[in-house]
Design a protein around this ligand. Structure first.
Ligand code: SF4
Length: 269
């Protein structure tokens, strides 16, 4: 995320989507402003550290820098070094169990034996209209069943319905540089959810009309971003001492001067 923050004119899916989430009331305009306009990325959180560990473990396995018999120790030792704690003890236990399960119940081997890897986490820079966009697709591969695919690892809960339709736009965006490089759009877009019990790999056929919808969403949202001037802090409207986003996800949660605004203004005790 660091490079995209430094350059105001290069957009990533996170940067565009962070603004869209703030609009929907699921994020914070002030947080977005501090992160992407002031370039202050604040601090990470438990979920960020966990996601990075998952990505790094896959990367090491693919490069033969880690072997299956060492995974358990590697995961335990890395998780001990986490700087951040999970919001609840039971939640942390479930996250720890699921990362071990993914690598030991055969899911990893079963899923990844189907992929002939073409590239992983390679930086892309491409254009949507006049807008410069950057991103790092987790995996581009030839899949034995699904052909050319872009795959993404998500340590969140499986996306369904509108959330899936919205979030998969990230993979549609990455299909633009993939077409430039490989001469064709992917046949399928794939999500791998290591924390799911049972089936963990879900493939969605690529549709050109969804790519067009994605491009329009990028153009419309960037237009809004560039004319936006109201960076209202979320914690003016929600109790920042209790709100899940403000307490656990916001990367400025521990140094934001607005965190207590709601309690100050509403006399919440
Ligand atoms: S602490 Fe609240 S107001 Fe401050 S940046 Fe985070 S969510 Fe926004």
């Amino acid at each position: 995320m660091s490079e995209e923050i430094k350059d105001e004119k290069v957009y990533s899916f996170s940067r565009i989507n962070g603004f869209a989430l703030a609009e929907k009331g699921e994020g914070c305009f002030y947080n977005w402003f501090k992160t992407y306009i002031e370039g202050d990325r604040g601090e990470n959180n438990y979920f960020g550290e966990y996601g990075t560990l998952f990505h790094e473990t896959i990367e090491k396995l693919m490069k033969n820098e880690l072997f299956e018999w060492d995974i358990k120790n590697e995961l335990n030792s890395k998780m001990k070094q986490f700087e951040f704690k999970p919001p609840f003890l039971a939640m942390g236990k479930s996250y720890v169990d699921s990362i071990h399960r993914f690598f030991t119940d055969g899911s990893y081997s079963e899923i990844f034996s189907q992929y002939q890897v073409l590239e992983s986490e390679e930086k892309k820079i491409f254009k949507v209209g006049d807008i410069l966009v950057t991103g790092f697709p987790d995996l581009v591969a030839n899949h034995k069943k699904y052909g050319l695919v872009i795959a993404d690892y998500k340590t969140a809960k499986k996306y369904e319905g509108d959330k899936l339709e919205h979030n998969i736009m990230q993979l549609y965006l990455y299909s633009i540089p993939i077409k430039e490089k490989y001469g064709k759009y992917p046949d399928y877009l794939i999500y791998i959810y290591p924390r799911e019990k049972g089936k963990k790999e879900f493939a969605y056929p690529f549709e050109v009309k969804k790519l067009e919808k994605t491009k329009q969403w990028v153009i419309d949202t960037v237009k809004k971003i560039e004319s936006h001037g109201d960076w209202t802090p979320r914690c003016v409207n929600v109790d920042g001492t209790k709100d899940f986003f403000a307490c656990n996800l916001c990367n400025h949660r521990n140094n934001c001067e607005h965190r207590n605004d709601y309690t100050k203004n509403n006399f919440v005790f």
